[in-house]
Each structure stands twice: as structure tokens, then as C-alpha cells.
Design a binder for this molecule. Structure first.
Ligand code: ADP
Length: 552
């Protein structure tokens, strides 16, 4: 119905398919390069990609897939996965990206809960499909992302019947018009990694996907451009690779997909040969890349920026990227429930007038909210805390790409229209947010809170420490005190006492950890975050030296 109050603009819905159509029509020759499971490098253009995504949409229609039906993917970053993104969502079904690093039982739970009717998988996940298929009776077909010959070679001893992706789409010609969907229809589905209980689904809409892509591409967000070659290391099975598969076609950027090889050498070589200017990933990935580069004494010749998020970027890593390699680090924070982008550390004109030390301090934070996300920190009494950079409390967000409720769950997670993130944070007068902890990881010492992330950052700033976790240990006097579990670099000689001394002068005296233990490795979740729950279990009975002393 029209109203005299309405504006008079076209009412074209915001659809995921329009992102790829735009790239295909206006940047048709721009490249998408993939390192394939088959071992070679594959390259084609946005125009080719759209044609094959349309062939897939036709194939799904021929299989009887209906709008709203969930179709799963278990795949690395690659061109066929991108075709699945657009072919599935574009025809009106829901592209459900599944994290193959989860335990098989969790993967089966997710497929069953989402009620996926078909699942596309990279051939490396054949053994996983073999395990989970009997637990997923509603899946009508398992489709391997390859041609019949390759499937014959790699998956011949699977007992589960497998269809070939190439054979499936090869039967269609790509003469297909993307349907005009309602922009509120579901487009993508991602489950959280379920560190607390069973994974929960975040169901994005076409509208939220496109708005998020716009937001992500802004200069003060990820800042993608048609002059970039973007290599997303962050997997397409984890929160849509932070929206890069949507933001890159929106601006027409070249895309470079690393496939399954995410070690330092493979990433470095691909970045160099493809002229990558821009990348994005979690800190653990960058750690192995930086180690490789140091060992080989090599430098980036084209990379200018990288987004680091998913867990806190240690200031030491930020400094190495910037000072040793001249690469700008954009520290980002978000979560599955937020599509995922929330804040990014980009300095304003005013902040750039300050001393280098002050600028560095700001950049170490998780940064400013992008348009589309509003946030606040709330104290124990439920009242909003001041933006003074020191008051920390529970972080709440809201916006058009933040979930309203979880998939197939009735109860709303919202509190007065805001989503509680489960993170604890401060916001400073510049509007820069800093995560101090997950609410369950914060250390409560004598009624005061100590940030485990701050202490981890200091530990890894020691030149001989490779990785560190800070957890709460029970203490008879203070309730909890911090314990550092550190992994040392090869041939390191640092002692417990030397590492504890490294904290002096960097934090208040009562924040200095009570003890340090050394470990061979630390447990990580399927998305590369420190698994502190397991560490806390492991050190549950650990007795701090200070716990047996009379005075602390
Ligand atoms: P999961 O599926 O494991 O929940 P998410 O990517 O959704 O994976 O995890 C979101 C959480 O990761 C956030 O709530 C926050 O605790 C943490 N996180 C993400 N980015 C950062 C960051 N830059 N600094 C600190 N923590 C972060």
C-alpha cells in the first residue's frame, strides 16, 4: 500500500544474490583464485562464479529443494564453497555452514537440529561424513565438491552413497533469474561453537546479510575495495568468514581462497604469488605465519592490512606486524550472534592528533562500533556504566544484524531489547570498547575483578613466551587469584620467577599473577580460541604457593 507519507524510491529487496550479480555485472573479469583440495590452483572470474552458482540453483530446484529448506556445507574456503553460498541462498534456501572441526557428535547434532536436507562437503571430510551419516537420517543426499573422477579416486571406499557436485551442476546451463525474495527471508545459518552446552543457531536474513556486508566494507570497518586482493584465512564455515564472501563481491575485490592448507608457508606463498593486499584471521593463525617468516627471513611484498579478531590480538603481535612488516592491524570484535562484526580499531581524526604511544594504546582495544551496532556496558545493578575506559561490566549490543532469538528456540535471549554478549568490557570516552574477559573467565579477587586478557597479553609480550592463558585458581583468602599457564618458545630458558618479574610495573601490584606453570601446549576450541573451561578443570586442584602462606 502506498501512503502520501512514503518516499518514492524503488522497493528493491536487499538480497544476497544481488551481491554476486553486482560483481558479475560490474566487475565480471575480476578474479577468484583458490588453492584446491585437488592440489592445484584454480582461477576464474566473478562472471564464471555467478554462472555456476546459477547452475547450482537450477540443480537444487531439480532436486526439489524448496525455499527456506536448510542445505549444509562442510567445506574449506574455495570457489565451490562460494558457489554454494550464493546458489543456495540465492534460490531462497538457507546456506547452513557447518564447522568440521567440531566433534563428530556435535556436527551430527547440528545437521539434525537444522534439519539439513542435503550436505555439500569437501573431499577431505569424507571420513567425517562416513561417521556422522548414520546419525543424520533426514539428509537426503551427501554431495562431494568435486568431479566424478576425483570422487572415484578419493572417496571410493566410502559406504555412504555420494553425489558429485560437478555432475550435478553440469546438467544445467545457468540460464536462471535469481528469484525476488522477501528480504526478511533466511539466507545463512551458523551455529555457535557450543563451549557452553549444545551449539545454538544464528539464522541470518537476506537483509541482515546485505546490511552487514555494507557495514563490513566501510573504510572504518574492514575497508574492502575493488583495488584489493583479499585472502580470508578465517574459514567460511565460521560466521561466514566474517562477511568477506559478501563484502568482496559488493566492492568487486579479487578473492584468494587458501583451501585446507593454513600453515605459515602455504599462506605466505599464496599471499606473495597472488599479490594479496588484505587478509583476516584469528591470532593463532598469524602466530604460525609470523614464526615462518622470521625463520625464513622473508617479508610481505604486497600485504598492507590485516584484520585480527575472534580472540584478543596480543599487543606484541600488533607491534610485530606494524613495526617489523609495515602491515596495519585492524583489531576487530564480534560474535556469531552478530553476523559477526561489532567493533573495529580504526582511529578517528581526533585520535590521530595524539602521541604515538596514546594511538597504540587505542589500537590495542577492540575499537569503535560500526553503524549498525549500538553497545553499552552494564554494572551488577543493571545500570549503564560510564564511558570512562575503566568501569567494566557486561557488554550488551543491538542492531539489525544482531540476533533476536536463536534458531528453533522460543525463549528470547534479549534483555530490554539488547543482546547480552557474555563479554565483559570497558568503553572509553572515544567510544573505544575493550574486552577484558568472557564473563565466565573473569578473575574475582577479593571482590575486585582482574582481566585475564590483560595478563595474557603481558605474558606473551615476553620474548620467550609463545602462548599463555590466565585462569582463576581458588584461594582461601581472596577467593580467586590469577595463574598463568605458559607455552615457551623452543630453546627458551625463562624461569617462573623471571616471568613473574616481567609483570612488575605493567599492572597494579595486586593484579600480578600468583604463579606460573609451563605447559607443552594449550587446549583450543574448534574456532581457535583458548579453551579455558578445560584448563580450569585441569588446574582445579592446583594449590597456589600463596594459598599456603600466612600473608599474601
Ligand atoms: P563461538 O562460536 O566460539 O562463540 P564466536 O566467534 O561467535 O565464536 O565467538 C565470539 C566471542 O569471541 C566473543 O563473544 C568474544 O568473547 C570473543 N572475541 C571475538 N573477537 C574478540 C577480540 N577481538 N578480542 C577478544 N575477544 C574476542
Amino acid at each position: 500500500m502506498t501512503s502520501p507519507l512514503y518516499g518514492q524510491m524503488m522497493e528493491l529487496p536487499l538480497l544476497a544474490s544481488s551481491l554476486l550479480s553486482h560483481a558479475s555485472r560490474h566487475f565480471g573479469d575480476n578474479e577468484i583464485v583458490s588453492r584446491r583440495i585437488e592440489g592445484d590452483i584454480h582461477r576464474y572470474t566473478y562472471r564464471d562464479c555467478e554462472k555456476r552458482a546459477k547452475q547450482l540453483a537450477q540443480a537444487l530446484t531439480a532436486l526439489g529443494v524448496e525455499q527456506g529448506e536448510r542445505i549444509g556445507t562442510l567445506a574449506w574456503n574455495g570457489y565451490r564453497h562460494l558457489e554454494c553460498y550464493y546458489g543456495i541462498a540465492g534460490m531462497g534456501a538457507v546456506c547452513h555452514t557447518i564447522n568440521p572441526r567440531l566433534f563428530p557428535d556435535q556436527v551430527a547434532f547440528i545437521i539434525d537440529h537444522a534439519d539439513d536436507s542435503y550436505v555439500f562437503f569437501d573431499m577431505t571430510f569424507g571420513p567425517l561424513v562416513e561417521i556422522i551419516a548414520p546419525q543424520c537420517p533426514n539428509v537426503k543426499g551427501w554431495i562431494a565438491l568435486g568431479d566424478a573422477a576425483c570422487i572415484g579416486e578419493h572417496l571410493s571406499n566410502m559406504s555412504v552413497p555420494v553425489l558429485s557436485y560437478e555432475s550435478l551442476i553440469g546438467e544445467h546451463d545457468g540460464a536462471y533469474d535469481w528469484p525476488m525474495l522477501d528480504e526478511r527471508q533466511a539466507s545463512f545459518l551458523c551455529y555457535t561453537s557450543g563451549t557452553t552446552g549444545n551449539p545454538k543457531g544464528a539464522l541470518y536474513s537476506h537483509r541482515s546479510t546485505v546490511l552487514h556486508a555494507y557495514g563490513a566494507a566501510l573504510p572504518d570497518a574492514m575497508g574492502a575495495s575493488s583495488s584489493d586482493a583479499i585472502l580470508p584465512v578465517v574459514p567460511m564455515f565460521h560466521v561466514n568468514a566474517w562477511g568477506i564472501p559478501h563484502a568482496a563481491p559488493l566492492v568487486g575485490a579479487k578473492l584468494v581462497f587458501p583451501g585446507k592448507d593454513l600453515d605459515g608457508r602455504s599462506l605466505y606463498e599464496l599471499m606473495e604469488t597472488e599479490g594479496v593486499t588484505y587478509s583476516a584471521g584469528v591470532p593463532t593463525v598469524w602466530m604460525s605465519l609470523l614464526t615462518y617468516m622470521k625463520q625464513q627471513n622473508v617479508r610481505f611484498s604486497t600485504l598492507t592490512r590485516t584484520v585480527i579478531g575472534g580472540s584478543a590480538c596480543p599487543p606484541a603481535m600488533l607491534r610485530i606486524f606494524e613495526e617489523e612488516y609495515g602491515v596495519q592491524v585492524i583489531h576487530a570484535w564480534g560474535m556469531t550472534e552478530m553476523s559477526p562484526l561489532g567493533t573495529l580499531s580504526r582511529l578517528s581524526f581526533r585520535q590521530k592528533q595524539r602521541s604515538p604511544e596514546e594511538q597504540r594504546h587505542s589500537l590495542e582495544k577492540q575499537g569503535h562500533a560500526i553503524f549498525g551496532v549500538d553497545m553499552k556496558v552494564v554494572g551488577d545493578d543493571g545500570r549503564e556504566l560510564p564511558w570512562d575506559g575503566t568501569s567494566f561490566g557486561d557488554l550488551y549490543v543491538r542492531g539489525p544484524w544482531v540476533i533476536d532469538r536463536y534458531f528453533r528456540r522460543h525463549e528470547s535471549p534479549l534483555v530490554d531489547g539488547w543482546f547480552p554478549t557474555g563479554d565483559v568490557a570497558t568503553i572509553d570516552p572515544d567510544g573505544f570498547m575493550q574486552i577484558t574477559d568472557r564473563s565466565k573467565d573473569v578473575i574475582k579477587s577479593g571482590g575486585e575483578w582482574i582481566s585475564s586478557i590483560d595478563l595474557e597479553n603481558i605474558a606473551v609480550s615476553h620474548p620467550q613466551v609463545a602462548e599463555a592463558a590466565c585462569i582463576a585458581c581458588l584461594h582461601p583468602k581472596w577467593t580467586e587469584r590469577p595463574l598463568i599457564v605458559a607455552v615457551l618458545k623452543p630453546a627458551a630458558t625463562v624461569t617462573r620467577e623471571e616471568l613473574l618479574a616481567h609483570f612488575e610495573g605493567k599492572v597494579a601490584k595486586w593484579w600480578i599473577p600468583d604463579d606460573v606453570v609451563f605447559a607443552q601446549e594449550l587446549p583450543h576450541t574448534a574456532t581457535g580460541k583458548l579453551q579455558k573451561v578445560r584448563l580450569r578443570e585441569q588446574y582445579r586442584d592446583y594449590v597456589l604457593p600463596s594459598a599456603t602462606e600466612n600473608s599474601v
